[in-house]
Design a protein around this ligand. Sequence first.
Ligand code: UD1
Ligand code: CA
Length: 463
Amino acid sequence: MEQLGIVILAAGLGKRMRSTQAKVLHCLAGKPLLSHVLQATQRLHPDRLVIVVGHQAAEVQRVCGGQGIEFALQREQRGTGDAVRAAQAHFRGFRGDVLIVCGDTPLLTTATLNSFIQHHRAHHTTLSVLTTRLDDPAQYGRVIRKDDGAVSKIVETRDASVEERAVQEINTGIYCVQADFLFAALERLQPLNAQGEYYLTDIVAQAVSAGLPTQAVVTANVGEVEGINSREELAIMEKTRQTQLRNHWMGEGVTLEDPDTVYLAEDVTIGQDTVIGPNTHLKGKTTIGARCRIDGSAYIENCQIGDDVHVRFSVVLSDSELGDHTEVGPFAHLRSGAVLAPRAEIGNFVEVKKSLIGEHTKAKHLAYIGDAEIGRDANIGAGTITCNYDGFRKYRTKIGDRVQVGSDTTLVAPITIHDDVYIATATTVRHDVPAGALVFNSRREEVREGWTATKRAKEAGKK
Ligand code: UD1
Ligand code: CA
């Protein structure tokens, strides 16, 4: 089998984005453009995969995860041809085809790339370029064919004649080229064009004039090969990708009550028969189990949600785990490592941070639970606060099984409340409480009869 090498071009700044951030770092469905392309190419199991970096090289390298990825540095962005040449050193001793793709075409699928490579190999071609037809060829390079239909060259819009501009077949920027020819051709490039750049596209005319088998392969999957150049194009593509993701999950058996207002990140997964209401944002690496119900107006980021979970209307959940059969909300905030064991319930106006809530334990109203570990079958009353921070350090609260925490309880951490403790209403607990004990603060309750009338008369007299 011939070897397959891949070069992803990702060194450019992307001037038209008007950003301080390299273009390929901008996100589609919550994931950098380059990561989309990388994933599609990794699934081809190439023998070599080289990413050409330049602008913000360190940041770009950081988002590229995976084994066997090599990076080539293009110090100055002198054009797409120069970019591929920067990868040459990584192809020593390599015999086979090099697939070249741009890091700014995130909708590209492995299937389309694979059939392009198969076509290239089946026809024993030296150079294949993937093209498509657009109603508005805009800024893309035009594919110029001879009278017999064979490809002759690619011309950039800026260098094109009026006739050439009228051509609707465009260069997708995806090529499959025999390595020997590729690197020899790159040596011969001249920056003789409107932009003064080394154009990769010029290798097409080189192959043709050398009489080598050259093909322009037209794909009908127009949407897949679109490149992002501006924020407007990014926004349009985000809409497209959201529609694809929504349709995908509905196809997997998920109900979206108002699909247009459910926003899905690329790596989200959702189980069968889960129902998702309007205005739900599922971000990051969120997983949702089967038969869940998310009422709506939810912002959920990097959460692992089990099966049969009910997320009531209006919540913010991040970096948290919700066990099977748990209930959260309305108006709850779970964050930074909140973990709910199965059947736990978190109600309205409750914030849980970095805490473990035991099985079947409930905190249903107005509470702050931070840096705590709570056992099973406990009840946290309304207005309970774990005082975990003294202005310098954070301290932990431990609450055992079956503990009843009365309303308006203040727990001053570090503190341990052992199993089966009963904390009376309005108690400030400063010391550990042994198992099975009742704890309360003795405060005398006083009643002054007739006090209000006396007070009012006094205030009236002052006027
Ligand atoms: C390029 C093609 C054009 C094609 C279009 C498809 C050339 C000359 N033109 O134009 O025919 O229709 O892609 O999207 O190739 N890059 C580098 N180093 C550089 C320059 C660019 O790494 O010096 C990278 C960019 O980061 C980007 C890719 O190459 O990922 C394409 O560059 P871009 O400037 O967007 O090329 P286009 O003008 O769109
Ligand atoms: Ca482009």
